[in-house]
Design a protein around this ligand. Structure first.
Ligand code: FES
Length: 253
């Protein structure tokens, strides 16, 4: 396949950046999108140019490191697929492909296509954990988990934290990410003790960085794990309940 790439190049967070055009010739259609970029980078290095910076780690759709806006779509044209799992057979020889980083003020560009997703880490630090006594592992059946709760928690836990939901949202909202992280703990018996404290802390932190959800639903479509926006409704319900349990806080808002 012979392709033309229009790639966003940016030296750092304060550099204005701009598009550069590269010819990617002789690309194998069985390559992943990131392998195609590897080939382009090898050629750039051979020519004495700086390679294109992009985030990646597992290349198996697990870690959430990869994330590119490909022809205006977060993670590209294949639904439910992270950039590292997208294959070049989804494109046609002769195509021009526009590649950009996630666009959101909460995700400043590190360099080229690599963005800083530290704001997500702060949301997790605020409440994405369960406080337990340490010690030897308890018996697996000590705390029974109803099957529907286990299934729903597992669906929420599929979130890999890539940030596609934010990049796809016209408001740069992080409701889907935050809802997935809140819900996978709040649905389980182990998460009940800190349930309301968790949702308040995580939503409050989210609001420091991200816009608000206005139900566009773009996040669900862009999510490489197809996480449902139903989790946003669950989070909102818990958030309202948490506010009601704390009337003084409600009066302050
Ligand atoms: S590189 Fe890990 S999910 Fe894509």
């Amino acid at each position: 396949m012979d392709l033309t790439l229009r790639v966003w190049r940016q030296a750092g967070p304060s550099d204005p950046g701009g598009f550069e055009t590269y010819e990617a010739k002789g690309i194998n259609e069985d390559m992943s999108f990131l392998e195609m970029l590897d080939v382009v980078n090898e050629r750039l290095i051979m020519d004495g140019q700086l390679p294109i910076a992009f985030d990646h780690d597992c290349r198996e759709g697990i870690c959430g490191s990869c994330g590119l806006m490909i022809n205006g779509q977060a993670h590209g044209p294949q639904l439910g697929t992270a950039t590292c799992q997208l294959h070049m057979r989804k494109f046609t020889s002769g195509d021009t492909i526009v590649i950009e980083p996630w666009r959101a003020s909460a995700f400043p560009v590190n360099r080229d296509l690599s963005v800083n997703r530290h704001a997500f880490d702060e949301i997790i630090e605020a409440g994405g954990y369960i406080t337990v006594d340490t010690g030897s592992a308890p018996d697996a059946n000590l705390m029974p988990v109803p099957k529907p709760a286990a299934d729903a928690a597992m669906d929420a836990a599929a979130c890999i934290g890539c940030g596609a939901c934010v990049a796809a949202c016209p408001n740069s909202a992080a409701q889907l990410f935050t809802a997935a992280k809140v819900s996978h703990l709040n649905l389980l018996p182990q998460g009940q003790a800190e349930r309301y404290q968790r949702v308040l802390a995580m939503v409050d932190t989210m609001e420091e960085y991200f816009g608000s959800c206005t139900n566009h639903g773009e996040c669900e479509t862009a999510c490489p794990k197809s996480i449902s926006i139903d989790f946003i409704a669950m989070m909102n319900r818990d958030y309202v309940a948490a506010q009601m349990k704390n009337p003084r806080r409600l009066a302050q808002r």
